[in-house]
Design a protein around this ligand. Structure first.
Ligand SMILES: [Zn+2]
Length: 253
């Protein structure tokens, strides 16, 4: 139950943030120098500082081993629902992964910083949440992923998203490799709680319980409409998962 290495995790975030600051400084110097000559070229657009590459395969496993789950919360941040989800997670001592939509992160940097400060991890969930993204051009996919990465990193104050989850799971080999090359592990899910469809709190709870054998990564949402059922379901599910002996981890990177 108390297996979370909170201190170690914070240590890594601080180290990462320091690294980001150094690279960001170097990047802005480069941009300032390159600006006059390369200003019109798309490649000259300043990108978020790059992290070490990770595997490009879609991950589902938990870094807390076989009897652990990864709580993932998609489509926010949202000023109404994200604070409520954060409160439930806090009340249960659970860390989660928040897959954020770039413009919403940009609009609510205070929420992004609260998520990070509480020890949760960030995930890039694209700019437009286009679930047909896998049918679009590479240039479009690149813009969707890199612009959101930039928006989330700026909103967080320099903490980078560690994962990339394609909207609706619309990954392509190209998008997986692009994200992985920037340190964002492609992130799948095993259990769709179906909370987005608002089937009722009991149905959300029942779906998660019955599909838990599919694997450790559970999908919920903190935006896109009334998420009171999601909040209520998490309030029931998190203590239940603990009673079943599950630990809570992050997806493997
Ligand atoms: Zn989504």
């Amino acid at each position: 139950m108390a297996r979370h290495g909170g201190r170690g995790w914070y240590g890594r975030v601080i180290a990462a943030a320091v690294g980001v600051t150094a690279v960001a400084a170097a990047t802005s110097v480069w941009t300032a120098q390159a600006g006059p000559v390369g200003g019109q070229h798309p490649a000259a657009r300043p990108a978020a500082p790059k992290a070490a590459p990770v595997s490009a395969t879609i991950v589902h496993a938990s870094d807390h081993g076989d009897h652990a789950v990864n709580i993932t919360i998609d489509d926010g941040p949202d000023p109404n629902w994200t604070p409520q989800v954060l409160q439930v997670l806090k009340d249960n001592g659970v860390k989660a992964t928040f897959c954020m939509v770039g413009p919403q992160a940009e609009a609510h940097p205070d929420l992004v910083r609260q998520v990070v400060a509480a020890g949760h991890r960030l995930c890039d969930h694209s700019v437009s949440h286009d679930t047909a993204m896998d049918k679009k051009s590479e240039a479009y996919q690149s813009q969707q992923i890199l612009d959101a990465e930039r928006q989330i990193t700026k909103a967080s104050g320099g903490v980078r998203p560690m994962y990339y989850r394609a909207p609706g799971g619309a990954f392509t080999p190209y998008s997986r490799h692009l994200a992985a090359g920037r340190g964002m592990r492609p992130l799948g899910w095993n259990v769709d709680s179906k909370d987005f469809e608002r089937p009722g709190t009991a149905a959300i709870v029942a779906t998660v319980k019955s599909e838990l054998t599919n694997g450790p990564t559970l999908l919920f949402h903190d935006a896109g409409g009334d998420r009171s059922q999601t909040v209520a379901a998490l309030r029931t599910l998190l203590p239940w998962l603990k009673q079943q002996g599950y630990a809570f981890g992050f997806p493997v990177r």
